[in-house]
Design a protein around this ligand. Structure first.
Ligand SMILES: Nc1ncnc2c1ncn2[C@@H]1O[C@H](COP(=O)(O)OP(=O)(O)OP(=O)(O)O)[C@@H](O)[C@H]1O
Ligand SMILES: CC(C)(CO)[C@@H](O)C(=O)NCCC(=O)O
Ligand SMILES: [K+]
Length: 258
């Protein structure tokens, strides 16, 4: 999965997930040399310190399924001889609109297939997105806002006095009396209140629907939500692999591997 801040990798043997990890984006020349390694059987087991298809050196022609929200990055990886690019047309959801992000479509498909439909996905990545699908796999709709890190960074980058901060696993005092806590409080409590509204509205339409959290900030967000809104506890799950479950479903049902 080519995401906006990094690449998300999963290695499957058959339909069993073996390993999942993230890397940075690679410059074009680097991608070219990675693909050269794959196709010549000389697989590196680490790239920039990350495990990278380790243990798979005996099979350089492992099929590669690509989903991307960065159009310019996709062709770099398509030079691999067994690359399959997954697009919105491959995703068996009804009522999607043409510019819907493939990550959102795959995550909600993966969530529905894993936890049942209807389902709401909250992806706490670079952007934070809500994506809901009903029990006919029909897109209900969703919303997009800046993710946690992006909110904090944009404050720091566009002001003179505000520092860049990272969030802790502890809820701040709402009525802060120092700058760091004031930023934490503003971002966290506003975000949580917004998320609560979306969840409450969703559960009103679809009582008992599972709500699946994914993306880089999913664990932190789940922790905050559990602390603030214990009544949502029975509905919430975190699953870092929703997009991979979606890709697996598409690959198997469409038999893209040929
Ligand atoms: N090691 C890490 N590197 C980068 N971001 C991280 C890391 N660990 C947690 N995060 C958090 O993950 C978020 C980014 O999430 P993610 O990696 O899912 O984004 P992404 O690559 O843009 O994916 P998507 O396109 O699905 O949003 C950031 O807000 C950041 O706070
Ligand atoms: C919203 C993001 C950036 C989240 O990764 C991605 O899904 C995307 O680029 N979506 C396109 C716009 C849309 O989903 O309506
Ligand atoms: K843009």
């Amino acid at each position: 999965m080519i995401g906006n801040s990094r690449l998300h990798w999963a290695w499957f043997a058959g339909d069993t997930l073996q390993d999942a990890w993230d890397t940075q984006h690679f410059p074009a020349a680097e991608v070219e040399s990675i693909i050269q390694h794959w196709t010549s059987g000389l697989l590196p087991t680490t790239i920039f310190g990350e495990p990278f298809l380790s243990g798979y050196s005996s099979n350089p022609y492992l099929p590669l399924y690509i989903a991307s929200v960065i159009p310019e990055q996709t062709p770099l990886w398509q030079t691999y001889p067994v690359a399959h690019v997954i697009t919105l047309e491959d995703v068996p959801l009804l009522g999607v609109y043409p510019t819907l992000g493939i990550d959102r479509a795959l995550a909600v498909l993966g969530a529905g297939e894993t936890y049942n439909y209807p389902v709401l996905v909250i992806d706490a990545g670079t952007a934070l997105t809500f994506t809901g699908v009903d029990d006919h796999r029909h897109l209900v709709g969703g919303a997009i806002l800046p993710g946690l890190k992006l909110q904090l960074e944009s404050l720091a980058h566009n002001t003179a006095a505000l520092p860049s901060i990272s969030l802790k696993r502890q809820l701040p005092n709402r009525w802060a009396i120092d700058t760091l806590t004031a930023i934490e409080s503003g971002v966290i409590y506003t975000l949580l209140a917004g998320i609560r509204e979306f969840i409450a509205d969703w559960l009103q339409r679809f009582p008992n629907s599972p709500i699946a959290l994914t993306g880089g900030d999913a664990d932190l967000l789940l922790y905050y939500l559990h602390s603030r809104y214990p009544k949502f506890y029975p509905y919430l799950v975190t699953d870092r692999h929703l997009i991979f479950w979606g890709i697996k479903f598409v690959a198997i049902t469409k038999n893209l591997a040929g």
